[in-house]
Design a protein around this ligand. Structure first.
Ligand code: SF4
Length: 165
């Protein structure tokens, strides 16, 4: 990895690691080291290093993909894909029940809840893509890291409460 190119950031996660992008062979885009950026100092994880691969139309889905009965991803119409999503949400709600409230020193967010053995037993995971009463950023602190200027939106202490139906 050389260090020349146009300085920018990896788009994938909240660390926003610094990287340089430069033209590569055959019209491709190459990721190069950006050692001056304080968060990652030139080091990138696998997602960052391979970020330009999604710029190629050949690796991008041209339609929604749904699982076939055999488990393979197959192209589908938007109607079919959205119908599958609605069915899945209905099944999840029927299986796991009502919403839960997640409460921190800063706020309260209400969202569908599921108990799982897939993460540490002392951990609550909440996606941060929702607005309204399920907005995870109402729980966390927006203070900026003094070096990277990234807000502290990723972790905080919480308790979980049942929500009356
Ligand atoms: S390189 Fe990896 S750690 Fe850095 S922003 Fe991208 S995904 Fe996040």
């Amino acid at each position: 990895m050389g260090s020349s190119g146009t300085p920018t950031h990896c788009p994938y996660c909240a660390l926003q690691c610094g990287m340089n992008l430069a033209p590569g062979a055959g019209g491709t885009v190459e990721v190069r080291e950006r050692a001056d950026f304080p968060v990652n100092r030139g080091v990138l994880c696998g997602k960052g290093r391979t970020a330009p691969t999604v710029l190629s139309p050949s690796v991008r889905p041209a339609s929604p993909l749904v699982r076939s009965a055999g488990g393979a991803l197959v192209p589908a119409s938007w109607e079919e894909a959205l119908e599958r999503v609605a069915e899945g949400l209905g099944r999840t709600r029927a299986e796991y029940g009502a919403d839960a409230a997640v409460v921190s020193r800063r706020g309260r967010a209400v969202a569908p809840a599921r108990i799982t053995a897939a993460i540490r037993p002392d951990t609550v995971f909440m996606p941060f893509h929702w607005a309204g009463e399920g907005r995870a950023n109402t729980l966390t602190h927006p203070a900026l890291d003094p070096a990277s200027r990234m807000p502290e939106f990723k972790v905080c202490a919480v308790r979980v409460e049942a929500v009356a139906p």
